[in-house]
Design a protein around this ligand. Structure first.
Ligand code: URA
Length: 243
């Protein structure tokens, strides 16, 4: 079944893709910078197929939706409102002005690096974050204090309470690699969850990297810190949940 083409007003389309305000579009039309199927555009109200539009000869940037797999570097923040270096500094400026907004799927905190999906697809965002959809997230952790081995059972029990939370954490799988290194797989995403789980048992996370979202592995992406790759909902779900 082929996807149905959605015709949209030219000014609305360019504005929601972050190119500029409707006034800007009017100006570009006057300058003759926009073409539709090779013909110079004449009106901002023209209903167009996004695939037919060229701005200064270039096709539009992902008119059907934007989803990326990104390796978030350390010391970058996911929120648009915080100060400091933003993850958005790694992307074209225009993406910040897209509607619906281009947002991370579950935030990683400033000092956490690794795998992050960023998308304008609200349904995909929900699918990847809802505990009901069973898409786990795994982290590689370096700890300040030596592990005792008891942490595996504590986290697996599903009884660990975090400060200020009303429900215990869902069972989580800890794999110990060395005295101070481990991997933890979570089936929910609470605020600063990994760090708070270790605080709750008297330890402290020194470094944290998200290595997996479901079956998608950061190592397999071969992305360096700060790099990203385009994907689609279909491709991504095939990587996160094979079969
Ligand atoms: N747990 C944390 O503590 N921080 C993150 O960024 C993700 C999970």
């Amino acid at each position: 079944m082929s996807a149905q083409v959605k015709y949209e007003r030219l000014d609305k389309l360019l504005s929601k893709l972050g190119y500029g305000a409707r006034n800007d579009v009017r100006h570009w039309i006057k300058e003759g910078w926009i073409s539709i199927q090779g013909e110079t555009a004449t009106s901002p109200a023209q209903k167009v197929n996004p695939a037919d539009v060229r701005l200064e000869g270039e096709p539009l940037d992902h008119p059907d939706g934007l989803t990326i797999i990104y390796n978030k570097p350390l010391a970058t923040v996911c929120s648009r409102k915080e100060g400091g270096r933003l993850i958005y500094d790694d992307f074209p400026d225009r993406w910040l002005d897209r509607k619906p907004p281009f947002s991370p799927v579950g935030r990683l905190d400033k000092e956490t690096s690794g795998l992050l999906i960023v998308t304008d697809n609200g349904q995909l965002n929900h699918t990847l974050t809802s505990p009901k959809k069973h898409i786990s997230k795994s982290y590689l952790i370096t700890l300040a204090e030596s592990l005792t081995g008891r942490e595996v059972d504590i986290f697996a029990a599903g009884t660990l309470m975090l400060e200020n939370d009303e429900r215990p954490c869902l069972p989580a799988e800890l794999m110990i690699h060395s005295e101070t290194q481990a991997s933890l797989t979570l089936h929910e995403g609470r605020y600063h969850q990994v760090r708070r789980m270790f605080v709750a048992i008297g330890n402290h996370v020194e470094s944290l990297q998200r290595t997996h979202i479901g079956a998608l592995s950061l190592a397999d992406t071969e992305l360096k810190a700060g790099e990203y790759r385009m994907t689609t909902e279909l491709q991504l779900m095939g990587m996160v949940q094979p079969n």
